[in-house]
Design a protein around this ligand. Sequence first.
Ligand code: GDP
Length: 195
Amino acid sequence: MKVNYADIVISAASKKQYPKAPIPEIALAGRSNVGKSSFINRMIQRKNLARTSSKPGKTQTLNFYIINDKFHFVDVPGYGYAKVSKKERAKWGRMMEEYFAERDQIKATALIIDIRHKPTEDDKLMYDYLKHFELPVMVIATKMDKIKKGQRHKQVKMVREVLEMEEEDTLIPFSAETGEGKDVAWRTMLSHLNM
Ligand code: GDP
């Protein structure tokens, strides 16, 4: 897909700040530091629109990006960072619930995981959480450039198994470094967006 226009609309701290435009959305979730910003930047071909390597535990917001004036990417705050207080964790939970339970225009989600490692307990919880809202989940297995060719099949299979992915959900091998998987990811997203 050709991205002619992409920009941040708002970093929303609460529901009343969500954009009013009734356009479809894809929500992006992942563990802190997994490569979610790099995924967004590669998809929209911008070096730095989504902030990479921002400090974990920073202000938690939902970052809404507008793409080609047609749909939103919604970057939800990362999880799994150990040094987060109980209070922060509870706040994160409320923010997720407020968004996923009530935002009707979410069409699909992308869950970013690191292909090098077994999905964490938090990754599994997040997958189940997204399925609980009956949303399609594209699992983006990023950092493919970091594993050997011979390991690919085994790792992909392992991730599908550990997450107990549903048949209808796609796993997309991806690399923000090389651009692998970008076209497949766009095709899958556009089909969920009915575009
Ligand atoms: P975020 O916290 O999930 O937004 O993670 P970032 O996008 O900031 O990425 C975390 C680190 O992983 C950075 O140092 C990135 O350069 C690196 N990274 C992200 N994606 C890839 C990838 O596909 N391949 C490689 N080799 N490194 C990556």
